[in-house]
Structure formats: structure tokens, C-alpha cells
Design a binder for this molecule. Structure first.
Ligand code: GLU
Length: 423
């Protein structure tokens, strides 16, 4: 996949697997690891492709394709969400599993990375069809996953209800209650307090750290959030509650802009379960226009490849904090970095979700549950430490924050693989 640049005739690489491999290689070189370490880490150790036949409500049968990738389990069980989306591809799932390894390395969790996906459009499926698909997926991957092997979680267009069905199916297959098989569950089924808001809380903490470095106040800061799903919508609310002015938000259909600040409470009330809200308004702008708004903090919280070399010159934020996975291309990263814009990269900024998933798994293993305050305090400590490690690595090595994050993230995995005698 590539984007034609008319001026140079060169394509910008938009393949997220190729870009993540490029940065992994650079990070390993900087750290002085030999070539076999790159060979080991450039692809997942395992990738399972499954075909899932589902009886649809109209009596027809539809066969869905799903994946589960396990990047590296040297540190511990693999961990990462399951995405339900029409654009899921094998290559994307692989890249997403590598990103999960990096996230777990950066915030120092005892996991490697995993990721799953099913090619489907849940916006067009009934509750019953989604339940059958969720259960069918677990039956298809059950040999490969488990509380001490590979622990799924929510991702794009999956939620706590889907996690509940998956957990129930897995417990039936194993014939014992297995809450630690999956995280992001409803609280009554062993979910953790604070898991639903964890990604957004983590991003908020990253914005606070970025604000300290850049010397601006959150109070009164102008924030633009692309995407109004789990991460984007809660983040808009937290920013609003902290006195920032959320001047732009968007969903898959369009974007809203108000230089005086949007009524976030109202938008949260009106959004549907897939984060769609702009269809209720007439004066919308495009997602591209939203990204180019004059603001202090820009938070891409939607999908991949949103900031590319085509628009990186026109980004007017002082910091870009990536709540989505892979929203900025490598060429755009370089342009933003050279322009002095601080990037808090996805593998750091969005690690709050998996951090509280880890807390959920720990609580399930112990059968002992924490208060929301305990979750929040521990999340804050971990995220602040992660930011400091990445920021200091960037400063010490004179590299951008993305490369620094990869250097921090890849090290533990490489060391664990070495001690195990794999490389
Ligand atoms: N899907 C989330 C992510 O991309 C969370 C994964 C998890 O909680 O395991 O980080």
C-alpha cells in the first residue's frame, strides 16, 4: 500500500507492519543488538487464521475470517485486544501485536504482545449475531489462548459485553470459571474498576506530563480529539473536567469545531455505542480539517495513518498525543519532530488500557479486588514512570520520542529472549 507523492514520484509507506519493523530495527541498532534479535522480533512468533461460520438472523450462513497473533512470549503470556472491523488484515494484526509487546515493555508489565481481529462490521450486526461470532471466535482460538498463555481484551468496536461472552465460552470449554482468560469484562464478572476509562486516563496523564515539559497549563488549553470511541470520548470529558477547552472532536462521519469549546457532556449523552455523534449536526467539518485546527494538544484517537507527509506541515498543535494505534506515519513523525512538535507516541500514550488490564488479571488471579482509587494511583505511577523513561531516552540519545519509546519497549523483550537462550 502506498500513497503517490506527485512531486517526487515516491510512495509514502502506509503499511503499518513495514513501518513498525523499520523502527524496531533502528531501535535494536541503537541499543547494539545483533541481527538475529531483529529477525526474531520483526514478526509474531505465531499467527493463527481462523474461519468462523455463523448463522445469521435471516437464516443464512456467513463465514468470517479472524486472526490471533502472538508476537513474543519471552517475558510472559501474550496480551492484547480483539478488533472487530471491516478493514482488519493479517498484516495489521501482526503490527498491532508488535505494538502490544512494545507497550508492555514501556510500562514494564510481565507480558509480551498479542492481538486479534475479525473482519466484520459490527455496526451492521444484531446482538445475537455478535454473540455467536464472539463465541465462535473463542472456540476457534481456544487451543492457543488462556490465562497463562495469551489474554485477550477489548479493542476497536469490541466492549465489555463481548468480553463477557468470550469469557463464558472459554469457561465452558475448559469446564471451570476462568475470569483471568480475558480482561475488560463487566465488573460483576471480575472486571476491574477503572478499566473502561483506563486508556483515556493514561492519555490524560501523558498530556499532563507533556504540558509540564512544554510549559503550558491544561486549564484553558485548546484540545482537539479525533475519534469519539472509548478512548476519545472519555478523554474529551477528562480534558473538559480539567478546565481545558475541547474545541474539536470527530467520528468516522465528520467533525465538530467550536473555538469557544464544545459541550462535551451533551455530546457524550448523544453518542451511540460506536461513538457516532456528528450525524446529529449540520455545520460539520471534515476529519482532515479537524487535524489541521490551531490548538495546543492534538489527540488522534481513531485509526491508522491520519497524519501523513501530506498534512504534517499543516498540523498546528504544540503536542501530538497518540491515543490511537499508528495514527502518524514515519515520514510525518520526522516532519513533526523537525518542526519542534512534541509527539507522545501510541506505544506509550495508549498504554493505560493494557496497564489496567494487567491490574484486572492480577485481581482475577488473586480473587481480591481493588478500589477505583487504588487502580488510579497505580496507573498514574506506572504511566509517569513510562513517560520519564521515554523522554529521558529521547534526550540522552538525541532521537524523537517514537524511536525512544521503541528503544525502551524492545529492550526487556530482547533481554528475556537472550536469557532464554533463543538468540
Ligand atoms: N486494545 C488495547 C490496546 O491496544 C488494550 C489491550 C489490553 O487491554 O490488553 O492497547
Amino acid at each position: 500500500m502506498g500513497r503517490q507523492n506527485v512531486a517526487s514520484g515516491q510512495q509514502e509507506n502506509l503499511d503499518v507492519l513495514v513501518s513498525t519493523q523499520t523502527v524496531i530495527q533502528e531501535a535494536l541498532e541503537k541499543l547494539g543488538y545483533p541481527e538475529p534479535v531483529y529477525e526474531l522480533l520483526k514478526e509474531p512468533l505465531r499467527l493463527l487464521t481462523v474461519r468462523i461460520p455463523i448463522k445469521m438472523d435471516d437464516g443464512s450462513v456467513q463465514v468470517f475470517t479472524g486472526y490471533r497473533a502472538q508476537h513474543n512470549d519471552a517475558v510472559g503470556p501474550t496480551k492484547g485486544g480483539v478488533r472487530f472491523h471491516p478493514d482488519v488484515t493479517e498484516s495489521e494484526v501482526k503490527a498491532l501485536s508488535i505494538w502490544m509487546s512494545l507497550k508492555c515493555g514501556i510500562v514494564d508489565l510481565p507480558y509480551g504482545g498479542g492481538k486479534g481481529g475479525i473482519i466484520c462490521d459490527p455496526r451492521k450486526m444484531s446482538f445475537g449475531e455478535l454473540e455467536r461470532l464472539s463465541r465462535g471466535y473463542v472456540r476457534a482460538i481456544s487451543q492457543l489462548v488462556g490465562p497463562t498463555k495469551d489474554v485477550p481484551a477489548p479493542d476497536v468496536f469490541t466492549n465489555s459485553q463481548i468480553m463477557a461472552w468470550m469469557m463464558d465460552e472459554y469457561s465452558r470449554i475448559r469446564e471451570f470459571d476462568s475470569p483471568g482468560f480475558i480482561t475488560g469484562k463487566p465488573i460483576v464478572l471480575g472486571g476491574s474498576r477503572g478499566r473502561d476509562t483506563a486508556t483515556a486516563k493514561g492519555v490524560t496523564i501523558m498530556i499532563e506530563e507533556a504540558a509540564k515539559k512544554r510549559g503550558f497549563d491544561i486549564q484553558g488549553a485548546r484540545v482537539v480529539v479525533q475519534g469519539f470511541g472509548n478512548a476519545g470520548s472519555y478523554l474529551a470529558k477528562f480534558m473538559h473536567d480539567m478546565g481545558a477547552k475541547v474545541i474539536g472532536i470527530s467520528d468516522a462521519l465528520g467533525a465538530l469545531h467550536d473555538p469557544n469549546g464544545l459541550d462535551i457532556e451533551y455530546l457524550l449523552e448523544k453518542r451511540d455505542s460506536f461513538g457516532t455523534v456528528t450525524n446529529l449536526f449540520q455545520n460539520t467539518i471534515s476529519n482532515q480539517e479537524l487535524l489541521e485546527l490551531d490548538c495546543d494538544i492534538l489527540v488522534p484517537a481513531a485509526v491508522e495513518n491520519q497524519i501523513t507527509r501530506e498534512n504534517a506541515d499543516r498540523i498546528r498543535a504544540s503536542a501530538v498525543v497518540e491515543a490511537a494505534n499508528g495514527p502518524t506515519t514515519l515520514e510525518a513523525t520526522k516532519i513533526l519532530h523537525d518542526r519542534g512538535i512534541l509527539i507522545v507516541p501510541d506505544v506509550l500514550a495508549s498504554a493505560g488500557g493494557v496497564t489496567v488490564s494487567y491490574f484486572e488479571w492480577v485481581q482475577n488471579n488473586q480473587g481480591f479486588y481493588w478500589t477505583e482509587e487504588e487502580v488510579e494511583t497505580r496507573l498514574r505511577d506506572i504511566m509517569v514512570q513510562g513517560f520519564a523513561n521515554v523522554y529521558n531516552t529521547a534526550q540522552a540519545n538525541g532521537v524523537d520520542m517514537r524511536l525512544a519509546a521503541y528503544m525502551v519497549g524492545v529492550r526487556k523483550m530482547a533481554e528475556a529472549s537472550r536469557f532464554r537462550g533463543w538468540v
